[in-house]
Write a protein of this length. Structure first.
Length: 142
């Protein structure tokens, strides 16, 4: 079994949909940070079978709650002195801007590059978002 050592201080983003860690890595611009980052892909999960995990050493000063739109079942664990001091289960945000991308080639965001990609939550139970410009459906549920 693969073993990645624990963190003394940092953030663990857990229960990411399999294959979703790199999207979160890129969104958070973790390559720009001067700290250790571990990505674990396809780790065994008792709940879902497989999951991705990201471990980030040190504090992370970004709004992590928005990540619910990228992977709706993920959890955020804040680690201090080797112990989890906070565990957050994220809710789906009502509106997300420049996180999801509209894939409709006829959408105005495909033509007008400076427009923001904005999605509103259409159905909380199914995790479906819709583009505010063209109503294109987006779901990141597995």
């Amino acid at each position: 079994m693969l073993n990645i050592s624990g963190l003394s201080d940092g953030v663990v983003i857990d229960h990411i949909q399999p294959g979703g860690a790199f999207e979160i890595y890129n969104y958070l611009k973790l390559d720009k940070l001067d700290c250790s980052v571990a990505i674990i892909k396809n780790a065994r999960s008792n709940k879902t079978g497989k999951k991705d995990i990201i471990k980030i050493e040190g504090p992370l000063c970004v709004d992590l709650d928005i990540l619910g739109a990228l992977s709706p079942n993920l959890t955020i664990n804040i680690i201090k002195d080797g112990k989890i001091i906070e565990k957050r289960h994220l809710n789906l945000p009502e509106k997300v801007t420049n996180i999801l991308r509209c894939k409709n080639p006829r959408c105005i965001t495909s033509i007008e590059q400076e427009l923001t990609h904005t999605f509103k939550l259409a159905d909380k139970n199914t995790g479906i978002y819709r583009c505010i410009y063209c109503e294109q459906r987006y779901s990141n549920r597995s």
